[in-house]
Structures are given as C-alpha cells and as structure tokens.
Design a protein around this ligand. Structure first.
Ligand SMILES: [Zn+2]
Length: 273
C-alpha cells in the first residue's frame, strides 16, 4: 500500500473499467482477447492491448479518449494475444498525448521494451489498482485488482473455460493451484466482487466468482487424480495418457493444450504432490 496516496471513498471518484474485445477468436482465445481501459478522471491505463490489429488498437485509442493522460500500458503475461499490440499502442498514446507512456510487464525478458510492473497503479485521486502475482498459466502471470473489487484475471481464470498451463513459458500446476487459492481467499474475504478475464465473459457477482474458482480447483484436482490412477494402472507414455485421460474425442486443435496440461500434471506429481 502507498501511504501517501489519498483514500478513495466517494462514488464520484470511482474508477471506470471498459472492456474492448479483439477480433481474434480461436480455441485458446475463445471469443477473442479482452483488452481493458481503466479511467480515473483524465488518467487512463490500458491492460492487455491484445493482438497487433490496427482496428483493435484504433478502438482502444478511441476508448482512452483524445483528452486522456495515459499512464501506462500493462500486460498480464507474455503471450502474444495479450502483448503483440502493446508497444505500438504505447507509442500511439505517447504521440497523441505528448507524454511518455511506459509499457509494463512482470518479465521484461519476455516482453521487449517493457519495464517492471509497479505494485500499485496510483492516480491523482487515489489507488486505481493493485498488481497481484498469479503464476501458473505462465511464470509471469499477474492479475490487476481494480478499485472496487474488480479483478482483471488475465488467463489465470477464463470466462466459461479452463486455462492451459504452459510449461515452456514457466507455467506450473503447483503454482497455478496456489494462485487459485490466493484468489479464493481474496474472494472469501470480500476483496473480489467480480472477475474480468482475458478471454470469455465476466463473472459479475462474488458468488459467481467463488463458484468459478471452486470449479477451476476441482477440475485440476480431478485431472491430477485421473493421471495418478492411470499411471498406477500402467499407462505411462504421453500419447497413451492423453487418450486415457482426455478420451479419443479430443479435438485436434486442443491436442497441444492437453499435452501441456498433462506435462504440467506429471511435473506436479513428480514434485511429490
Ligand atoms: Zn490469452
């Protein structure tokens, strides 16, 4: 917490949260990447600019507004469906406002041109958001808890679908389960009232959020148990495990994601869980 930031308490000082969906639908991106604009008076932040699609970036620029004072472009993790347009958008916002607009990411080596994420986003009227580290999907995944209990969850919790753990990007099922536990504890505490995911629809009540988290945790626990039982029964190779655990009807375009999740599950078991 920044002790010097003024407390935000009046309705008039509410931070506006605007979602802009990119037209990049697919098996991993669902209906497309959700980009978010946070507005506090004339100060704006953009979270996950999404793909480098000129129309999408133009829509984000318009949403920020011509009179805006852009404070930064943030990404929730390294994947291109969240970051590819980030540097371009930061430049465009900078050119229009005459301000320096930093690109910020948890892992600078994974996002060229970025600087570290701040712990909090501070506006003229108080704290606009807190950055919460939520590794698991990738090692650099974060959420942004926007004032008013609105959690931008990136790909840690998706709307209406389960995410993929990507071991090649430092993803870890052990860390993912810890991140889900952090989110659940925050939700139980009343700190999260809604979740705005990187893909898919919003969970717009505390109960929906808690149910989604419980479901995500139960889903992983089920998978871990299935893999454990299959291995005990003598199913040892990746391809055989894939068939036994996911079934023969697994669509081709989800096969890679299933392989990554399976590898993450095997790593989790190998850690002694
Ligand atoms: Zn994504």
């Amino acid at each position: 917490m920044n002790e010097h930031a003024p407390q935000r308490d009046s309705e008039a000082a509410a931070v506006e949260l605007i979602a802009v969906r990119a037209e990049n639908p697919g098996p991993m991106t669902l209906a497309g990447t959700n980009s978010y604009v946070l507005r506090d008076g004339d100060q704006v932040w953009v979270v996950d600019p999404g793909p480098k699609d000129p129309e999408h970036l133009a829509e984000l620029l318009m949403t920020c507004g011509t009179d805006a004072r852009p404070q930064g472009v943030l990404v929730t993790h390294r994947h291109l469906d969240h970051t590819a347009g980030a540097a371009t958008l930061a430049r465009q916002l900078s050119a229009r406002s005459g301000l320096e607009v930093p690109l910020r990411a948890a892992d600078q080596s994974a996002v060229p041109g970025s600087r570290p994420l701040p712990a909090t986003l501070e506006g003229d009227h108080g704290t606009v958001g807190h950055v919460i580290h939520l590794p698991g999907h990738t090692s650099d995944s974060v959420g942004v808890l926007v004032a008013g209990g609105r959690m931008l969850s990136g790909d840690t919790l998706l709307g209406g679908s389960s995410t993929v753990i990507v071991p090649d990007d430092g993803g870890s099922l052990t860390e993912y389960l810890q991140s889900l536990a952090i989110l659940r504890a925050m939700a139980v505490d009343g700190r999260i009232g809604s979740v705005h995911p990187g893909h898919g629809p919003v969970y717009d009540s505390p109960l929906d959020v808690l149910e989604a988290l419980e479901q995500a945790i139960a889903h992983r626990r089920d998978r871990i148990e299935q893999v454990r039982r299959a291995r005990t029964a003598g199913v040892l190779t990746m391809e055989r495990l894939l068939r036994v655990v996911y079934g023969a009807e697994l669509p081709e375009q989800l096969r890679d994601a299933a392989r990554w999740n399976l590898r993450a599950t095997l790593d989790h078991l190998a850690e002694g869980h």
